[in-house]
Every structure is written in structure tokens, then in C-alpha cells.
Design a binder for this molecule. Sequence first.
Ligand code: AMP
Length: 170
Amino acid sequence: MKIQDYIRDISDFPKPGILFKDITPLLGNHKAFTSCVDQLVDLSPKEVRIDKVIGIEARGFIMGILMAERLKAGFVPVRKKGKLPYDVKSKSYGLEYGEDVLEIHTDAIKAGENILIHDDVLATGGTARAVCDLVKELGGVVVQCNFIMELDFLKGREKLDVPVSALLNY
Ligand code: AMP
């Protein structure tokens, strides 16, 4: 199953000059999204036990929770500022199109836990870098940052000092 056939390019969304990678055609096809989860799990490290998968709001929640189920790991949502109800740790970050703050519950990760971070797209790497920093500040160990797609020309990988994997490179 070629999952790239189910990714739709949208020009100038959400701002002029951005080529948005839309995963909704993938999500709308059972065989395609199941194959995507299978391939993401195949990419994940086999030599360590993954205790928790982090999904980054909002599209990272979707494959993130499916991966957590397959890997028999917990799932932790990282959300935009003001959405999580309990005590949070916050980090500001820059994106391909703007700046924002991400938050995680302070009790979401225990010291020494192995964490896989998932999002749909790696662009400039600011988002994933902020999440890596949050994990480290809570004492977790990031074993992989895992994406459906990597936009190579934005060099996001260079911001990350952990293993990075993506199913598709553009
Ligand atoms: P960045 O911090 O620049 O790596 O941006 C990553 C975040 O922004 C992810 O949560 C993506 O969902 C979203 N994103 C950035 N660029 C794109 C794009 N071209 N298409 C779809 N999502 C994107």
C-alpha cells in the first residue's frame, strides 16, 4: 500500500507559500490508515521497550494512539496552551507558520521512561524540539521522533538530537 497516494497537497494553506500536506484522504481509507500504522510501528525501535507514545496536537493524536495500542504503551497528549486541565509544563516554540506554546501534564512521564514522539509532519523541527525538551525536563528518554512525513528542505532533523524516522520524504 502506497500511503503517499493518500496524501493531498493543498497550496497556500493556512498561509500563502505553504504547501499543506493533508492526511484526511489517508484517514478516510481503512486499508490506507491501517497500513500507515503498520509501517510506523515497523519504523519504531525494536531494541527498547517503549513505555509511552506522545502524540502532538492535533493530527499527531491519531496515529499516535493507534501506535500506542500496537506497542502496548501508554499514550500522552501534548497540547496547545490552556487545553490540559491538570498541572502543566510549558514550552514556547517556532513553527513553519507562526509561534505557539505546547504543554504536557507534569505527571504524564516518569523518570527513566522510554518515550516515542509522533506527529504527522516534521517541518522546521521547532515543534518536535519543544516536545523533546519537555520530555527531558520530566526525566523521560526520547527513543525516537517518528513522523508520517518529513519536509527535507526545511532541515527539521538538524534541530533534533535524537533518532528521527519518517515514512515519506519530500
Ligand atoms: P514544525 O515545528 O515547523 O516542524 O511544524 C510541525 C507542525 O506543524 C506539525 O504539527 C505539523 O502538523 C504542522 N505542519 C507544518 N508544516 C506543515 C505542512 N506543510 N503540512 C502539514 N502540516 C504542517
